[in-house]
Design a protein around this ligand. Sequence first.
Ligand SMILES: CC[C@H](C(=O)O)C(=O)SCCNC(=O)CCNC(=O)[C@H](O)C(C)(C)COP(=O)(O)OP(=O)(O)OC[C@H]1O[C@@H](n2cnc3c(N)ncnc32)[C@H](O)[C@@H]1OP(=O)(O)O
Length: 319
Amino acid sequence: MLRRFTKTLSSSLSCQHHSRSFKQVHVDGEGGYSEAKVEETLKYLPGGEILLDLNHSDATAVLQISNVSKRNAFTGNMMLELRRAVNELKTWHEGKAVVICGAENMFCSGSDISAIRAFSRPEDGKRLCMYMHNTMHALQHLPQITLAHVEGNAMGGGAELMTACDFRLMSSDAQCQFVQKKMGLVPGWGGVSRLLQLVGRQTTLKLLLSAEKLNAQRAFELNLVDDILDIHENEVTPNATKHESPALIWAESMFQLYQLDCKLAQSIKLDVIKCRNMSNLEDSYKSEIQFLSLVWGGQANRNALLKSVHGRSTKSSDL
Ligand SMILES: CC[C@H](C(=O)O)C(=O)SCCNC(=O)CCNC(=O)[C@H](O)C(C)(C)COP(=O)(O)OP(=O)(O)OC[C@H]1O[C@@H](n2cnc3c(N)ncnc32)[C@H](O)[C@@H]1OP(=O)(O)O
């Protein structure tokens, strides 16, 4: 079940003018692919849930993967719920950041092996993976800053899921493993393409060929993760809510997230990912100008101009 815990704020806070929708990678009808058909099968693979908790007051969300008895493996039902949650976030124009984490100090053990069995014919497996490609692509292009908080294990598809986020943060005792080789497979959730972008060809090959189990320090040295979160017990309040998540504390310390203007945060995020996907520099500059036009003269820009370089107020008549 996809749950929402918090109330919607008034639309006056909206910064929806610059939401961008990205094309699906695999389109209905191409090579007989049908999202509806995949979804029909996924419906019959029950168990687990994806919990989406939108906190409108601080413009952050927590998306939790939960299937504790199977170490947060993805059932068919969870694949459907992940897609729904990502679709909801796509249109959340007031959101600045989303943390993706797993229930009970475990990130995710990848696909539920029973789901792989249900799609055992090669053409079915291909369609399942096309579906997950589309979900990962949409996640990667969300307007909010996405942070994977890896505790416990990130295995197989779980390791691929972290690579679809903007930032990866690992608890000091967590582990990550591209274990697909041991399943007789290559990654099925688009992990090869994203790993190549993150760590380059040699490291991608090594990680996939060896299925090496990476601890947080090794993942950090390989540039696979951005930081190691070493939260000591006495630093965590016993009744801490999800929105006091260590990943959000990290984002606040890095980017002053809570003061950051939402429109500006989303523009920076989308500007970077759009240019990242362009091979041609001229097109990339043109895209940058579109994003610049969205924020130039906007609220955050006007507020900044009211201050002098030393933070003192300037007369508005000077502007
Ligand atoms: C297209 C393929 C896809 C991709 O890469 O794109 C994939 O993700 S393939 C799946 C790859 N994942 C794995 O191979 C992970 C398998 N799991 C483990 O290695 C361990 O369970 C681990 C390290 C996550 C946790 O180890 P721990 O000792 O803490 O727990 P157990 O091994 O005893 O597991 C407890 C319980 O969970 C079941 N389990 C774990 N992972 C899965 C899974 N992926 N699918 C289904 N079930 C899973 C495990 O069988 C145990 O069940 P039980 O009934 O208690 O025996």
